[in-house]
Design a protein around this ligand. Structure first.
Ligand code: ZN
Length: 86
């Protein structure tokens, strides 16, 4: 299966694979995340492997606020149920 990760929103213009998410909802590669942190304009955190995996599978991006895998799955489930309802 081909991974379809979104492109980095930083200065590299998507040249590097994404690894981080910022407090403003942008995604960054490791280099751009470091640059954002230095600039002091945005907080960034490294995404977990399972987060990158779920993004690659087409699920919504998790937010900057850290979330557990279980909570993330539960929200996906709720979203799916909400869509199924007439
Ligand atoms: Zn980048």
């Amino acid at each position: 299966m081909t991974a379809t990760l979104p492109r980095c929103d930083g200065w590299c213009r998507g040249a590097n694979p994404i690894t981080h998410i910022g407090s403003k909802g942008y995604v960054y590669c490791a280099e751009c995340a470091r640059e954002r942190r230095w600039a002091g304009s945005e907080s960034v955190r490294k995404m977990r492997a399972w987060e990158l995996d779920r993004i690659a599978r087409g699920h919504a991006l998790n937010s900057y606020a850290p979330i557990t895998r279980e909570e993330s799955d539960r929200r996906d489930q709720e979203r799916a149920e909400a869509t199924e309802r007439p």
